[in-house]
Design a protein around this ligand. Sequence first.
Ligand code: PLP
Length: 379
Amino acid sequence: MAALPYLPFARPTLDEETIAGVADVLRSGWITSGPWVREFEDGLSRFCGGRPVKVVTSATAAVEIALQLAGIGPGHEVITSAQSFFTVLNMIVKVGATPVFVDCDLLTRNIDLAQVEAAITPRTRAIVPTHWPGSLADMDALYALARERGLRVIEDAALVMGSQWKGRNVGAVGDLVSFSFHPNKNMTTIEGGALVVNNAEEASRVDALRFHGITYLPDRTRDVAFPGGKFNLPDVNARIGVAQLAQLPEFLARRRLLVDRYFERFAAEPACVLPPRPRQGDGQSWNMFSVLLPLDRLTATRRQFRDALEARGIGTGVSYEALHLCTLGRRYGYREGDFPVTERIARETLTLPLHAGMKAADVDRVCAALAEIVGRSRA
Ligand SMILES: Cc1ncc(COP(=O)(O)O)c(C=O)c1O
């Protein structure tokens, strides 16, 4: 039998119309930020309930700019979950602030708000929660706490473009919200990200922060009053974003069907810990399908699991390592045992293939391979 094609754990879906549209931009003579960026931002703003949205070259840039916009720097503390991607830790450190970690929920993987409250000090300026596919952080409790304690919120919504809170898209409510359009995400611009802000004043500050700090003077010369970065998204990427945003509902519906299939197949075997099961009409999006492997009952390590799946042509990911235990995190005094839930997830998590181009048969293939490997490695 011919070998099955390689199944990556993530993969963008780009149609011919999008590719032709990019070719048109390339031929147009204007390829960096221009009319397509404005069109993309207008579309994103409509998606976010009319709030101002600015696009940048990555979600990492969006988080850095959000921290700067909130005036966060040396002497300030920012509370975040130890179970997230390196972006959050890196950008807090990069602006000169101190990362303060808390633990997360085992099943939803969202930040533990009781621990956030306990971690607030007079130096705390912001909370940066990462929302997880399948269930968001409790936005009512999060914003009630932030309001009560006078803190900014920067929602890391990289994984949840299209998820809803009480019927409204993530980004349509809240303070500063960042999205990622990396090819692994719900929609892509190749690399790219967006920041949702509160008003025109913040939006024009983002314009400067993403483009050298430049402001324009009445005599058509320029001024720089603070050091900005260079994070403007080119029109080539924005053109892809416009097409992808239009297809987002279709992509999300596809992902949702595949997740339903995963849940069906996992109902019997193997005994992995799954995210909370989706409910009809819950408004959640699924960027990743990450399970916890029952490693304490198996002889195989996660590395062996991943290698065995790879040998069967199935790609996997690790989302995520424990931020407080990476070399940079440890510099702030963190040690093993500080956040047991995060550490268990970091040890056992495995991200399985999930993208809009997959078929139900691909899910069946992943689950069959996983069950076989579990069966062979029972302790
Ligand atoms: C939770 C989370 N936040 C932020 C990012 C950063 O996104 P970007 O690659 O667009 O900078 C990622 C990227 O994978 C992520 O997974």
